[in-house]
Write a protein that binds this ligand. Structure first.
Ligand code: FAD
Ligand code: MLT
Ligand code: ZN
Length: 486
């Protein structure tokens, strides 16, 4: 296949025939079937333009029953399937490798119910995150997760990747906020677990297995999630700092001094702001007078504006007095809040515009977080591969300090095996040596599956493989991904 030179199609999978298409036509509306070559392109390539598959068929079911019929047929006929949400994934998990059938969840996008007392929202898996958040905003609630891709990603995709994002510090991971799931298993069985209960200790918590399983165990069709109340008072501040020690110091103090109102603590470096400025990401403007080595975005969310303002101002004054930060601004209204967030949320897009970008999404203890960026830069320089006219043009660091999650991005002129061979396994060995995870929140897909052993023991990987063959004995669900090839 085009971008997967080292991989071979599994010949055990059946090739799509006219007979198969004729069957799908009996269960789906004409608009639910895409075969047009041009229309297929967007489903075959990923957000980073790094991976490209060769699927000849996209199915867009409109109900759980239709998903069930599709999977039962694929299971019986050994047709490989790739579930696809908003196709914003960053590890190549949502696009086919060869000719797998894409099952797009885009036509399943309704809210099924909302409980105004508990905040339990039940919706179709194809609902767009931002649309759900708007729905909740009108009712005084908020989605417990937020990410730069909110305008396109689906809640089913978020659940399947166990997406972290910008609010995890405050509301925790989806393993805690998801109350229940409806999942169609590979053989077509509908697993109805759309509970809205906060407490339920009856049996194995099966939904947890599907959270973060990246479409390898079935298709998530419905999600029940606990939405918190939307905070009435939001503040956002942008700080400029000289060292990563200062970033850490500001973080420690934010936990002490802002405590319960702290809702985000994000950072980025100078290389990131340079790219944002260079590529003029819409709405992103650096309001600080001079450029800094480090930037921190702090958000507070509370219920009493005066109280929050006072706390934040005291905290910021303390940082300035003690020379922890060199400069800072506080957004004065909702538009300014959005503008500050636009800088942070624009970084992935800015990085992607630089040409090719290698994304390492690693977690580790906060004290060594930025060392990863510096060490990578030194390592590439020593190998003569970094700088003008070289293979790599910049090493960029940003991420979720509050979660110990660094986004180590390396910009290059093109995607090439040479570039990969230089950085891998170097970066994974570095991460394992520092007690980190090689994938903090983006998942494994095709880009990290064979490196799983850096973060999980052989016995854990063995058990994962047993789960996979128990639930998907034909191996039709999202093949070639997630678990190691051997
Ligand atoms: P897709 O990309 O379509 O699919 C992702 C994986 O889930 C694939 O393996 C696919 O097969 C599977 N899948 C999708 N839907 C289903 C389903 N219904 N049932 C079973 N399997 C399914 N991620 C973070 O964690 N934090 C961030 O802050 C963050 N920010 C981002 C910002 C930008 C600008 C971009 C482009 C991406 C960002 N991401 C982030 C990565 C990505 O958006 C998330 O992983 C997101 O959760 C993927 O959702 P999706 O609907 O686009 O899924
Ligand atoms: C983010 O935090 O911006 C996302 O995880 C996307 C990325 O890493 O580029
Ligand atoms: Zn992130």
């Amino acid at each position: 296949a085009d971008k997967f030179p080292h991989m071979k199609r599994n010949s055990a999978f059946k090739k799509l025939s006219d007979e198969d298409i004729a069957y799908f036509r009996t269960i789906l509306a004409p608009s639910g079937i895409t075969q047009d070559k041009e229309d297929l392109q967007v489903f075959n390539s990923d957000w980073l333009r790094k991976y490209r598959g060769q699927s000849k068929l996209v199915l867009k079911p409109a109900s759980t029953e239709q998903v069930s019929k599709i999977l039962r047929y694929c299971h019986d006929n050994k047709l490989a399937v790739v579930p696809q949400g908003g196709n914003t994934g960053l590890v190549g998990g949502g696009v086919p490798v060869f000719d797998e059938i894409v099952v797009s969840m885009a036509n399943m996008n309704s809210v099924r119910s909302f409980d105004k007392v508990s905040g339990a929202l039940v919706c179709d898996a194809g609902s767009i995150l931002e649309v759900l958040d708007k729905y909740l905003e009108e009712r005084g609630y908020i989605m417990p997760l937020d990410l730069g891709a909110k305008g396109s990603c689906h809640i089913g995709g978020n659940v399947s990747t166990n997406a972290g994002g910008l609010r995890l510090l405050r509301y925790g991971s989806l393993h805690g906020t998801v109350l229940g799931l409806e999942v169609v298993l590979p053989d077509g069985t509908i697993l109805d677990n759309l509970s809205t209960l906060r407490k339920d200790n009856t049996g194995y918590d099966l939904k947890q297995l599907f959270i973060g399983s990246e479409g390898t165990l079935g298709i998530v069709t419905g999600v029940s999630i606990l939405a918190p109340k939307r905070s009435k008072a939001i503040n956002v501040a942008l700080l400029g700092l000289n060292t990563f020690d200062q970033v850490q110091s500001a973080f420690k103090r934010s936990k002490d001094e802002l405590c319960e109102i702290l809702s985000a603590f994000e950072f980025w470096d100078q290389a990131a702001i340079k790219l944002v400025k260079e590529h003029l990401v819409a709405g992103a403007n650096d309001p600080l007078e001079s450029e800094h080595r480090f930037y921190v975005l702090i958000e507070t969310s509370g219920s009493n504006k005066e109280h929050d303002d006072e706390k934040l101002n005291q905290y910021l004054e303390g940082l300035l007095t003690d020379d922890v930060v060199q400069d800072g601004v506080v957004a004065q209204d909702a538009t300014q809040i959005q503008k500050l967030w636009a800088i942070r949320e624009g970084i992935p897009e800015a990085c992607s515009k630089a040409g090719a970008v290698y994304k390492y999404d690693i977690s580790m203890p906060v004290p060594v977080l930025y060392q990863a960026v510096e060490d990578m830069q030194d390592y590439l320089t020593k190998n003569g591969a970094f700088g003008e006219g070289k293979l790599f043009s910049s090493v960029i660091g940003y991420g979720h300090v509050g979660d110990g999650n660094l986004h180590l991005n390396v910009a290059a002129s093109d995607y090439s095996p040479e570039a990969v061979d230089l950085m891998e396994p170097y970066v994974f060995e570095w991460t394992a040596k520092h007690a980190g995870s090689i994938s903090a929140e983006h998942g494994l897909g095709v880009s990290k599956n064979n490196h799983l052993h850096y973060s999980k023991s052989p016995s854990m990987i063995h058990l994962m493989k047993r789960f996979k063959s128990l639930i998907d004995p034909q191996g039709i669900m999202n093949p070639y991904k997630y678990l190691p090839d051997n």
